[in-house]
Design a protein around this ligand. Structure first.
Ligand code: L37
Length: 285
């Protein structure tokens, strides 16, 4: 048996079409949604991601600003820019691409972003609202993961979901969103004993550990939905997920590829968040 492929690229295209329509309508009413992306330094992966975000803004009709700052930027300079963007009326979403250079304290930068413009969903106010189940801007990658699971047609309610990885940007928020969808959630991490045995109980398996090809077929329950959040650049220049795709697809019912899986969805959810933030800031949602 071989799994059905969940194409994040295709799902993204469908969602982006409807976002573009809404952006056009808002623009005609004089409320064009705007996103500011801030990139500090020259991290090669970040440069690719930021370029893809900029491209998505243009394709969908958003107003977009990209601020590319030198690797030597001081914390004060970055905080001054965030403050300016917080007050700028044509900007509804602010994203400071992580990781930041060593001289800058990431937490103080995230804390400085106005929560209503925090389209990454990383500000403590948004994290807290997610935890409680109140309205918030959801972190992009976790929101994309849920969307991809829903597109399989497999219902989440009542299922056992196993999440491998406990980071603040993926593992923890994904587990909260899965609970909100009425899954029973188990979290695994680097210190988990008998991880394969636990993972094999998951009707849904979400993998976000940052180790290339670590999760093979022995971790996959037959028929499971496998979502690979990993994005690892191999020595040969190729991209690999955290899941050993060739081995896992022999057991999974559905599986996401890398690239073309979660990555494009991360960007689509960013666009969706920016649209939502703009509507809220204009009193339209
Ligand atoms: N929102 N996302 C947000 N904020 C951050 O601070 N670091 C970070 C972040 N992560 C991020 O941007 N991730 C991401 C990952 C993959 C893609 C885009 C964004 C992406 O476009 N992936 C493509 C392939 C890209 C490539 O060729 O390298 C894909 O198909 O998966």
């Amino acid at each position: 048996m071989s799994a059905s492929i969940i194409s994040g690229k295709q799902v993204s295209e469908q969602i982006r079409e409807s976002i573009a329509k809404e952006v056009q309508i808002l623009t005609e009413k004089g409320h064009r949604p705007g996103l500011a992306v801030v990139l500090v330094g020259e991290d090669p992966a970040s440069q690719v991601y930021v370029r893809n975000k900029e491209k998505a803004c243009h394709e969908l009709g958003f107003y977009s600003e990209v601020h590319r700052l030198s690797p030597a930027t001081s914390q004060e300079e970055l905080l001054a820019l965030v403050d300016k963007l917080n007050r700028q009326e044509n900007i509804h979403g602010i994203l400071v691409q992580l990781p930041l250079p060593k001289q800058i304290n990431e937490k103080s930068v995230i804390d400085a972003i106005a929560p209503e413009k925090d389209v990454d969903g990383f500000h403590p106010v948004n994290v807290g609202n997610l935890m409680i189940g109140d309205d918030s801007l959801l972190p992009c990658t976790p929101a994309g993961v849920i969307e991809l699971i829903k597109r399989t047609g497999v219902s989440i309610e009542g299922k056992h979901a196993v999440v491998i990885g406990r980071s603040n940007i993926v593992g923890k928020p994904v587990s909260l969103l899965l609970q909100r969808e009425n899954a029973t959630v188990t979290m695994c991490h680097s210190r988990t004993a008998n991880m394969a045995e636990i993972a094999r109980q998951g009707d849904i398996l979400v993998v976000a550990i940052g180790r290339a090809n670590m999760i093979d077929g022995s971790y996959v329950k037959p028929g499971a939905v496998v979502i690979d959040v990993g994005m690892n650049r191999l020595d040969n220049g190729k991209l690999a997920g955290d899941v050993d795709y060739e081995s896992a697809k022999e057991f999974a019912g559905f599986i996401t590829p890398v690239p073309g899986g979660v990555g494009p969805m991360t960007i689509t959810m960013l666009m969706q968040n920016t649209l939502l933030a703009s509507k809220r800031l204009n009193g339209l949602a």
